[in-house]
Design a protein around this ligand. Structure first.
Ligand code: HEC
Ligand code: HEC
Length: 315
């Protein structure tokens, strides 16, 4: 009796699967008008790992065409193309292309792309360390030379140092409402990351003090007491030729480890000093929780987003 009911159940299920096959939204491939032009080894990787979703050259496996999987595939392709499309790549401005590439490499490095569910069904799309290295090299070669020109950053920093000395005198540096102080001399610390955010026209440089650098080198989290990380945000200027250069100082942001004082925010005290006048952000200590609420996303990395992915990046 039980077996019979079971067989009927399977039968109904198969009928159901057959029926839903008629509800299909086929994935169309519009023409490839302005494709990305990159060295063959780069396009080969993108083609293998990304093109099924982020291009007009989607190639579906037979199992991608069976409902309900096909519905998910169609939705992913639609979403992915709307974000960016390697088949219409050249319609983006050079700055946008760089921003997308930067994001793409980050996604690949953190294993978020290709999408995990897709990669498990399409093992050939998985990226090796070597593939990621090729993408990384390509992306950094696309970054305008001037962006790498630290003399420009240094000149701006000198300008800002001089302003700081004139404006406040080295003795009374700004302090945030939660007691976290501005950190003079961070410019001499180890740079752990520079990021270029084209979406809001800024260039960021992230520095870490010795204590934090030791922890990163040893790959040992959580960060010990006294670890301090500073992020400086420069408003970037896009020149007519598409080069991006640092403009005025936007803010200096600090995270410092003091587990006792900041036990409510993962042991980090936050501070943000705005503009060349370094005006502390937040009129009450409450702002600390606002900063931390977002940094919680990076809880796996002790709340620090910009961890160098490979220690070899630290010279
Ligand atoms: C199975 C389909 C699929 C594949 C394959 C895929 N992506 Fe995606 N990608 C998506 C979807 C869907 C989104 C939007 C995700 C979201 O935010 O919900 C996305 C978003 C992105 C974003 C963020 C864009 C933005 O504006 O937020 C980047 C960057 C990206 N993908 C890069 C890549 C790279 C690089 C590859 C190849 C290594 C790749 N993707 C492969 C489906 C895919
Ligand atoms: C909306 C989310 C969000 C909020 C709110 C936020 N941050 Fe961040 N923060 C980020 C992200 C994302 C990064 C990494 C990307 C980057 O460097 O821009 C980051 C990076 C940092 C860094 C460099 C270290 C690291 O984690 O990579 C510091 C320092 C920092 N933030 C300080 C602050 C301070 C101080 C505040 C509050 C005034 C604050 N943040 C609020 C999202 C946030």
């Amino acid at each position: 009796m039980k077996t019979k009911r079971f067989t009927i159940g399977i039968g109904i299920f198969i009928l159901f699967l057959l029926a839903i096959q008629f509800i299909q939204q086929p994935v169309e491939n519009p023409p490839v008008t302005d494709p990305i032009t990159a060295p063959a080894e780069v396009t080969a990787i993108l083609r293998r790992a990304c093109f099924d979703c982020h291009s007009n050259e989607t190639r579906l496996a037979w199992y991608d065409k069976i409902a309900p999987v096909s519905w998910l595939v169609a939705a992913d392709v639609k979403e992915a193309r709307s974000r960016f499309n390697f088949s219409t790549w050249d319609t983006l401005s050079p700055a946008d292309q760089q921003g997308r590439l930067y994001e793409a490499v980050n996604m690949a490095l953190t294993g978020k792309m290709p999408l995990k569910t897709y990669a498990s069904l399409h093992p050939a799309s998985k990226l090796s360390e070597q593939d990621i290295e090729v993408l990384k090299q390509y992306a950094s070669a696309q970054t305008p030379a001037k962006y790498h020109d630290s003399t420009i950053i240094n000149a701006r920093e000198t300008e800002y140092k001089q302003f700081l000395e004139k404006a406040t005198g080295p003795a009374d540096l700004p302090v945030a409402a939660n007691g976290v102080k501005y950190v003079p001399g961070y410019q001499d610390w180890q740079v752990i990351s520079t990021t270029n955010r084209f979406d809001n026209h800024s260039i960021r440089v992230v520095y870490a003090n010795d204590i934090a650098v030791q922890a990163i080198r040893a790959n040992k989290l959580p960060f010990p007491e006294g670890s301090t990380i500073v992020k400086v945000v420069w408003n970037s200027i896009e020149e007519e030729n598409g080069d991006i250069i640092p403009g005025s100082l936007n803010s200096v942001q600090v995270m410092t480890r003091d587990s006792k004082r900041f036990s409510d925010s993962g042991g980090w005290g936050y501070a943000k000093f705005n503009g060349i006048k370094l005006k502390p952000y937040g009129s009450t200590p409450m702002f600390n929780a606002t900063c931390h609420s977002c940094h919680k996303i990076a809880s796996a990395n002790d709340f620090v987003f910009n961890l160098p992915l490979k220690n070899k990046d630290l010279k």
